[in-house]
Design a protein around this ligand. Structure first.
Ligand code: NDP
Length: 454
């Protein structure tokens, strides 16, 4: 007889929760999981996956333009928004099914509904209550809107994937990942896009060169980036559009206003207080390096802990939790040198430190930087530059940061992330033969620092 219904009960069927449930069950645990919406969570249903599909869709317009330089005549191209939404939905539904079957195959019991902690060992899902020795909270985050009059007229990223009509004119508020990615998507699909960002340049926190080159590339493609400005109120105009009054008192009308102003932990009405779980800044669940909360048998992984809001990080945290608790392989997910890509247009990707961070951490920094026109743009007549940048600690010769802006940035940096994580030196990079002709070969052929350490 077991004292509890389950060894582990997971609240949330997104990336972190599904990974933890599946691996724990594989290690022999009796696992239950509840999900209030669709299996797959933010990444699969309303995040990374549909976003990337839409990025692909939006890149055709540029490809059609560039094709002329290579001798192609392309007839009049037309884009059908409902067709894209339907195709995207079909793929998301397929993936949702894959997630369900993965859980089923691993022996995890799935319960539909929002989970709520009654006490440290009891979860209520709808009318039913389940007990578990261990509980894992993996409920993710939710996009936030600005607290301004009329904010209810605006949309968030969840809505942007399924708009009944493609907006002709769109205002995107914010300058982070979601703002720049969706600016590229809608711009590529033919929407007139304005970005309103409250500070001086988009992608705060990224390397300054990355910010500069992405900003220039977005403007070059026609995105109107307005800085030092933010909406102060939204009103429904007579023509049905949304009238935005900005903080500088200017006004403009748009078909949609999209808040891409950050995501918050989704902790409302979860019963965390009842169970004694401590929350930190912005409502995030505080956890230690083993993802354990302030309550001994309650753990949390993914965006709800707001360590690094990235799917692969949630996967790593969920997997480490399962291996540690049920697999006899204690380990912790690493949050160092986490690579990431921004699927903006042009795309950017980085691993390791930005230049401003590297300068703080080492005494002498060598900066290697190359800006050049990617070969594929030459015949196309596109003047846009790509960026490759390496930051090297002169004392140890270690590569501390690596940044790419340009075609396939994410694909390039994923490979180089292994080298940076392994602590390889500039000499190791120099000994590596380039693949010619590629853009990425620049990363192993840059020989002279542009900004020698002082
Ligand atoms: P970010 O934190 O990246 O960006 C939020 C933006 O909103 C910032 O530009 C911020 O400005 C601005 N903002 C925040 N509060 C206000 C305010 N009160 N008034 C005006 N502007 C404000 O969040 P996102 O929503 O873009 O994305 C959430 C997270 O999801 C990301 O941090 C990322 O971790 C993850 N993500 C990852 C992706 C990927 O890996 N490709 C893609 C999409 C999301 P400021 O800079 O001044 O703070």
């Amino acid at each position: 007889m077991h004292p509890y219904d389950y060894d582990l009960f997971v609240i949330g069927g997104g990336s972190g929760g599904v990974r933890a449930a599946r691996i724990s069950a594989g290690h022999g645990a009796r696992v239950g999981l509840c999900e209030e919406s669709r299996l797959g969570g933010t990444c699969v249903i309303r995040g990374c996956v549909p976003k990337k599909l839409m990025v692909f869709a939006s890149q055709f317009s540029e490809a059609f333009e560039d094709a002329a330089g290579y001798g192609w005549s392309v007839g009049e191209a037309r884009f059908d928004w409902p067709a894209l939404v339907a195709a995207k939905e079909k793929e998301i539904t397929r993936l949702e099914g894959v997630y369900g079957r993965l859980l089923e195959g691993a022996g995890v019991t799935v319960h539909e509904g929002r989970g709520r902690l009654i006490d440290a060992h009891t979860v209520e899902v709808g009318e039913r209550r389940f007990t578990a020795k261990t509980i894992l909270v993996a409920v993710g985050g939710r996009p936030t809107k600005l607290d301004i009059p009329g904010a209810e007229l605006g949309i968030i990223s969840d809505d942007a994937f399924d708009l009944p009509e493609q907006p002709k004119e769109l205002l995107i508020v914010g300058g982070g990942y979601i703002a720049v990615e969706f600016a590229g998507i809608f711009n590529g699909l033919g929407t007139k896009v304005t970005v309103a960002y409250r500070r001086d340049r988009i992608l705060r926190g990224f390397d300054e060169d990355v910010r500069r080159v992405v900003d220039a590339g977005m403007r070059e493609r026609g995105v109107d980036i307005r800085t030092q400005v933010c909406p102060a109120r939204l009103d429904r105009a007579d023509d049905g559009r949304i009238e935005v009054t900005f903080t500088d008192d200017s006004t403009a009308r748009y078909d949609q206003v999209f808040f891409a102003t950050g995501r918050s932990p989704y902790v409302g009405d979860l019963g965390l207080e009842a169970a004694g779980v401590t929350l930190g800044r912005g409502g995030r669940i505080e956890v230690d390096d083993d993802s354990r909360t302030s309550v001994e048998n309650i753990f949390a992984v993914g965006d709800v802990t707001d360590r690094i809001q990235l799917t692969p990080v949630a996967l790593a945290e969920g997997h480490a939790f399962a291996d540690t608790q049920y697999g006899g392989m204690p380990r912790q997910a690493s949050h160092d040198n986490v690579p990431s890509a921004v699927f903006s247009q042009p795309p950017a990707a980085s691993v390791g430190l930005a230049e401003h961070e590297a300068r703080e951490r080492c005494e002498a920094l060598d900066v290697y930087r190359s800006e050049f026109t990617p070969m594929r743009y030459t015949l196309a007549g596109r003047g846009e530059k790509a960026l490759m940048k390496l930051l090297v600690d002169r004392d140890s010769d270690r590569v501390l940061g690596l940044h790419v802006v340009g075609p396939d940035a994410g694909e390039i940096v994923q490979g180089f992330a292994v080298a940076v994580r392994a602590g390889l030196t500039k000499a190791d990079f120099d000994r590596t033969i380039g693949i010619h002709p590629t853009s990425a070969e620049e990363l192993v052929t840059m020989r002279v620092p542009v900004d020698p350490a002082t």
